[in-house]
Design a protein around this ligand. Structure first.
Ligand code: GDP
Ligand code: MG
Length: 163
């Protein structure tokens, strides 16, 4: 079976944007409401002829806005269980939040490989923002911009090194 790579993280950090870009089709629907994604969340992806199954999370529309964080926790827990490699995504423009720490702690309880993707690093000047994420204790922060397509080659090299 192909290795499973799951993208987890709090709402609105850009998980679905990365998913769409790596899968190459707009099959997850990004909405303006933070964390709300519908449609497919599992797809085949490939880099340098390494094939893997990519899982987006946050894809179940909650009944009420208050449920978003709870839904994220439940979906992240399921994805972490399934995954061979976890990508924790954080927002390089907002810095570490309490929810980031919470998700990092969820991941730490599992004995799984993890990569830390710092998204929204859309320019060189924002690259200095990544260092604070060492404080999550999950290793080297990898700068990407899912929207602009920056840093994705180096990031995917790391992904295939870990699967
Ligand atoms: P999710 O809730 O984690 O799935 O986040 P989404 O993929 O739905 O993205 C949330 C918002 O962040 C959207 O408005 C995206 O356009 C925006 N976004 C995603 N990636 C980037 C990025 O690399 N740079 C910037 N500036 N915005 C981004
Ligand atoms: Mg999403």
């Amino acid at each position: 079976a192909k290795p499973i790579v799951a993208v987890v993280g709090r709402p609105n950090v850009g998980k679905s944007t990365l998913f769409n870009r790596l899968v190459g089709e707009r099959i997850a629907i990004v909405e303006d409401t933070p964390g709300v994604t519908r449609d497919r969340i599992i797809a085949d992806a490939e880099w340098l002829n390494h094939h893997f199954t990519l899982i987006d999370t946050g894809g179940i529309e909650p009944h009420a806005k208050d449920d978003i964080l709870l839904q994220m926790r439940i979906q992240a827990e399921i994805a972490i269980d399934m995954a061979d490699l976890i990508i924790l995504m954080v927002d390089g423009r907002e810095g570490i939040t309490g929810t980031d720490l919470e998700v990092a702690n969820m991941i730490r309880k599992h004995d799984k490989d993890v990569l830390l993707a710092v998204n929204k690093v859309d320019s060189k000047t924002l690259e200095n923002n990544i260092f604070e994420f060492y404080n999550l204790g999950l290793g080297e922060p990898l700068a990407i911009s899912a929207e602009q397509g920056l840093g994705l080659g180096d990031f995917l090299d790391e992904v295939i090194d870990h699967i």
